[in-house]
Design a protein around this ligand. Sequence first.
Ligand code: NAD
Length: 442
Amino acid sequence: MRVTIFGTGYVGLVTGTCLAEVGHDVVCVDIDTAKVEGLNNGVIPIYEPGLEPMVKANHAAGRLHFTTDAASAIEHGDVVFIAVGTPPDEDGSADLKYVLAVARTIGQHLQRAAVVVNKSTVPVGTADKVRAAIAGELQNRRTTLVFDVVSNPEFLKEGDAVNDCMRPDRIVIGTDSPAALEKLKRLYAPFNRNHERIVSMDVRSAELTKYAANAMLATKISFMNEIANIAEQVGADIEAVRQGIGSDPRIGWHFIYPGAGYGGSCFPKDVQALAWTAQQSGCNPRLLDAVEAVNAAQKGHLFELMTRHYGDVRGKTVAVWGLAFKPNTDDMRAASSRTLLAQLWEAGARVQAYDPEATHEAQRIFGERDDLTLCGSAGEALRGADALVVVTEWKQFRSPDFGKLAATLADKVVFDGRNLYEPAEVENAGLAYYGIGRGRSV
Ligand code: NAD
């Protein structure tokens, strides 16, 4: 099938590549000329495990094309995806300017019947706005064309995006058009082989499903962080509590890890956008507001632990392991590391940071500063440091040599923002240990 995808970010590039991988003929279009030029020359703008060889192979095979030419891209597609960003607006609502700009572009260039598929995360009612924007442009051109607007929210996880896209656990399709549903079923047939993964519904329900999924996951995290903070105060160990509750299948093991707060481009903005939608529709989103407030506070928790230990961190050199908002990505949008670094700098500390993939991103965000050294290895970040803070749970941070850590860190203290370590093991090596919700550390 001939597919066009607007946006070559985490969602658009991964989706386009996976659709090409199963044999579709895909054109990806972006307004970022440098990105498109890079992609045409084999430069992959993001880090996602497994993505680079797949992009290169499909590009070489002539099934995956990159362009800035929206008109020819629209002419190409039987199905046209919108996969551009929906960043938060000042009031927390989703800013639809990129989505609606693409809709207008589609309306300006559409030459034949097509199915327009919205993959961006958008508030309920956006499909109507996209439909109106396309229709408005068609009217300006005095053209009548049949087109459908479908909601097909994306559930891939950064860091495992290719895998999620190739083996989705569900494919939500929101439409009231049987023909559009049929077309998307054919498009996704290669991903829907052994059991039924397609969940079809009306457009509004599909739009809300995406927010409900992210809000539920964010709620689990904030819940665990709240329990962790209680554990810390009452002398209980959240890791034991986690084992104790996760074994109940009604609760389950996923997303019950306490930590330094959730970040990334999705949970923070989607919880806020859903709360905004709730308010607009006359609902009082008490739970969503609390999820957001707990998370905002949790992002400051590592710094609180440091202040508890030191009193004042002024003049300290702090090794930070992990800058990305989670492992296996270079994405630092709304990452907890950014809150910590800002607090450390504000308090007069220096940072020596290492992240396996996010160094370039950190360089772009922070630029050159006297109080930041971006290091080439975890060991380099420790050299001359007083303390270690672990912010992102990359696998390579899981089993450090604690004896060496004790010999290297001047103040012999570890702040473990992801509960990677056993407190006793760290303490036996002669280090002070602070985790999240580990009552022993109080
Ligand atoms: P992103 O910021 O990584 O990429 C967006 C891309 O769209 C950029 O390359 C940008 O240049 C391009 N773009 C903007 N305007 C354009 C236009 N008019 N024409 C063509 N391209 C244009 O965004 P993302 O992380 O891929 O997210 C896209 C959407 O998917 C968002 O709504 C997000 O909430 C949702 N989503 C993201 C994830 C994720 O893990 N990142 C997961 C599920 C859903």
